[in-house]
Design a protein around this ligand. Structure first.
Ligand SMILES: *[C@@H]1O[C@H](CO)[C@@H](O)[C@H](O)[C@H]1NC(C)=O
Ligand SMILES: *[C@@H]1O[C@H](CO)[C@@H](O)[C@H](O)[C@H]1NC(C)=O
Ligand SMILES: *[C@@H]1O[C@H](CO)[C@@H](O)[C@H](O)[C@H]1NC(C)=O
Ligand SMILES: *[C@@H]1O[C@H](CO)[C@@H](O)[C@H](O)[C@H]1NC(C)=O
Ligand SMILES: *[C@@H]1O[C@H](CO)[C@@H](O)[C@H](O)[C@H]1NC(C)=O
Length: 383
């Protein structure tokens, strides 16, 4: 399903050529305009499930959970019923879309390539299988949310692998780690295809006994009826390498100050998808201590490491490399603020021949705080 994305003109960092087509898209004042994508791919892999019978509510900690239909919140977030407007991709009233992995695999792949979710849990302790490049907060304070625009690309990723560009929201020591990770992912074994999709993951104990991707285990509460705004929805169209215009997929995750649930927004601050209930967590009940922005790939042993971002290195700049822009956090005063370069530090667990990250702080009024990340992966990913 098509997301509505910010269509922007990339900054003239490496060149000052503005072609005729881009000119028509520039708003003289704002320098960017909204553009609704008209590409609707057929995606019949969602079931419309009674909102009060959705998988999340089978979680033992959610037995008496009262579903929050709207976020309560924050001063600069508009409460809106727009996501309840009837469109062709909406589930009927009272129902919400839940991605059905069984169906996607019946139609697209065969059973022997099915994902063993448990593998990801077991193997997540084995860092050799993961490659991560992020920009992390360093301040010792409560953080109540994070915002970024992700410039997503379609990538060639093999079965049992994934490549994700995401926001991490974390708290707790490694064995007690509470983590929500959400962003744009290519994950053939989960989805049965190579499309870029809204992908989320959570754990409350460092991936030991709790958590999973999307709605594969009880946890995430889907509230939006629209199949374009669910975990598993396709983010389209993807960006192309070399193009001067880039599409941002907007992700905002924010803790509701009244309910304590962690709400996911995509596209903009009036499009909410659903939430991870605070009941799932120990440490994340009371804000986060760490926000990370960046990419992560997973690969079983004896397979080439998949590409991250656009598959190009940051040195190829905004035209070719993937990047995240307009980085913001919700600070301890619950203000939405741009991240500050002095409060951020890059993290990389692999060699620069595999993936890299470049952060120079403010990149102009359009991208604001932005960084480049990613690379081709492949055989050069020594730890
Ligand atoms: C998922 O799809 C399969 C195959 O079409 C179907 O048998 C199953 O009932 C669906 N699951 C849900 C929860 O609707
Ligand atoms: C089924 O999956 C296996 C393992 O991924 C693969 O080797 C095989 O070619 C697939 N068969 C078909 C018919 O797609
Ligand atoms: C994972 O959970 C099991 C069962 O609760 C526990 O025995 C084990 O120590 C945990 N492992 C880690 C790495 O925390
Ligand atoms: C969010 O996007 C929708 C659809 O493009 C638009 O109607 C709405 O005004 C936007 N809201 C904000 C706060 O930008
Ligand atoms: C971007 O990619 C194109 C095509 O692969 C290449 O010709 C160009 O030199 C690259 N630009 C940069 C800045 O590396």
């Amino acid at each position: 399903m098509a997301l509505i994305l910010f269509l922007v003109l990339s900054l003239c960092i490496t060149c000052c050529r503005v072609d005729a087509r881009s000119k028509t898209l520039i708003d003289e004042q704002n320098q960017f305009t909204l553009s609704k994508s008209i590409m609707h791919s057929m995606d019949n892999n969602f079931d419309c499930v009674d909102i009060y019978k959705q998988p999340a509510l089978q979680h033992p900690l959610l037995k008496n959970h009262k579903i929050q239909l709207f976020p309560t919140f924050a001063k600069n977030v508009v409460r809106s019923r727009s996501s309840y407007g009837k469109t062709t991709d909406d589930c009927p009233l009272g129902k919400v879309p839940i991605y059905n992995r069984t169906r996607s695999h019946q139609t697209i792949t065969n059973s022997s390539s099915k994902l063993h979710i448990d593998d990801f849990r077991r193997y997540s302790q084995s860092s050799q299988r993961y490659h991560t490049v992020t920009l992390d907060t360093t301040q010792n304070m409560k953080i109540y949310g994070a915002y970024t625009g992700i410039v997503g690309y379609e990538l060639s990723v093999q079965a049992q692998q994934y490549s994700l560009s995401a926001i991490w929201v974390e708290s707790g020591s490694s064995s007690e780690l509470n983590s929500i990770k959400v962003g744009a992912g290519v994950f053939p074994t989960l989805y049965g295809d190579n499309q870029l999709r809204i992908t989320g993951q959570w754990t409350a104990d460092g991936y030991n006994q709790t958590g999973c991707f999307n709605s594969n285990c009880p946890g995430f509460v889907q509230v939006n009826r629209d199949k374009e705004y669910a975990l598993g929805s396709v983010i389209s169209p993807p960006n192309s390498i070399g193009a001067t215009q880039k599409l941002f997929a907007i992700f905002l995750i924010i803790q509701d100050r009244h309910s304590g649930h962690w709400w996911l927004y995509v596209e903009n601050e009036s499009k909410f998808v659903g939430y991870w209930p605070k009941d799932l967590f120990t440490h994340l009940k009371e804000g986060a201590s760490l926000i990370r922005f960046g990419g992560q790939t997973y690969s079983p042993p004896n397979k080439n490491i998949p590409p991250m971002g656009s598959g190009r290195f940051p040195k190829e700049k905004f035209t070719n490399s993937s990047f995240m822009a307009r980085l913001k956090i919700i600070d301890s005063q619950r203000n939405e603020i741009d991240v500050k370069p002095e409060d951020m530090k890059p993290y990389r667990d692999t060699s620069t021949n595999c993936y890299d990250l470049e952060y120079h702080g403010y990149e102009g009024p359009l991208y604001r705080q932005a960084f480049l990340y990613g690379g081709p992966g492949g055989p050069n990913c020594s730890k």
